[in-house]
Design a protein. Structure first.
Length: 269
């Protein structure tokens, strides 16, 4: 029965990711939080496990996404190579930072991030792309990758909402920025998931089917179904208004963000 629930979550997350054109992390984390709460898991590790499991599922979806983008020749592999060391180190460190944070603290920071992303999406703000600008030095790209990696691991996302604006800022056109971001999601997800497994070892001994902060059944169920339904979501998206889709997703994210902010504040008080 539990595996069926995770398959359903994967179906929803994959469809939404394909429909709205974003990674499923900000959808998977809140749903897993609710499910793990209903299963009466230890409240002190529920948020950590939701984030760690979300990152693990992004490994699979990222491979699917980057393969499609690579076939179209849109991935800037040189940029990926420069960002990757920072992304890997940052994402692993982000998992360590999350491990030191309380569940309530994670709820507050993820809630605020979700509201911020929703605000940007609702406004329909397009990044200003100055084609005359050049990407910074390799060292600075590694540093930027470190910052993106840390934040992505804490939020349980593949980093697209951070990597794409960064690349746009330095003149990378949207199509290549999205494709390159999808490739960057893989090192973030791998290092982040391994980090949550490492830092969570011994913390989740009372939770069945978990390795560190990664729930195996949830990982398998969500990965399998999201891989299938993402394509269906993408097909439906082409038949609907992009502006309406953005507003709908912004509404979902606002609800998620306010819910986590409320939970975090109530828990602290």
């Amino acid at each position: 029965m539990e595996l069926i629930i995770y398959l359903a979550i994967g179906a929803i997350a994959g469809f939404a990711a394909g429909l709205f054109g974003v990674g499923g992390g900000l959808i998977i984390v809140p749903i897993l939080y609710v499910v793990f709460t209903q299963l009466n898991y230890d409240p002190s590790v529920i948020m950590h496990m939701a984030i760690g499991t979300s990152l693990a599922t992004i490994i699979v979806t990222s491979i699917s996404s980057v393969t499609a983008h690579h076939k179209k020749g849109a991935v800037l592999w040189t940029v990926v190579k420069h960002l990757a060391p920072g992304l890997v180190i940052g994402s692993f460190l982000g998992a360590g930072i999350a491990d030191y944070m309380t569940g309530y603290g994670l709820q507050l920071i993820i809630g605020a991030f979700a509201v911020w992303v929703a605000f940007k999406m609702f406004k329909g703000a397009q990044a200003t792309i100055d084609s005359s600008r050049q990407l910074p030095s390799t060292a600075n790209q590694m540093l930027a990758g470190g910052g993106i990696g840390v934040a992505s691991a804490i939020f349980g996302i593949g980093g697209g909402s951070l990597t794409v604006p960064y690349l746009n800022r330095y003149g990378v056109v949207m199509q290549k920025a999205v494709a390159t971001s999808s490739a960057c999601g893989l090192p973030i997800a791998v290092a982040g998931a391994l980090g949550f497994i490492w830092f969570g070892r011994g913390e989740t001994t009372s939770i069945p089917n978990a390795i560190g902060y990664v729930h195996l059944y949830a990982f398998i169920g969500i990965s399998v179904m999201s891989f299938i339904t993402a394509k269906l979501g993408a097909k439906v998206a082409h038949r609907l208004s992009p502006a309406m889709l953005k507003r709908c997703f912004a509404g979902v994210l606002t609800t998620v963000g306010l819910y986590f902010l409320y939970q975090g504040i109530a828990g602290i008080l």
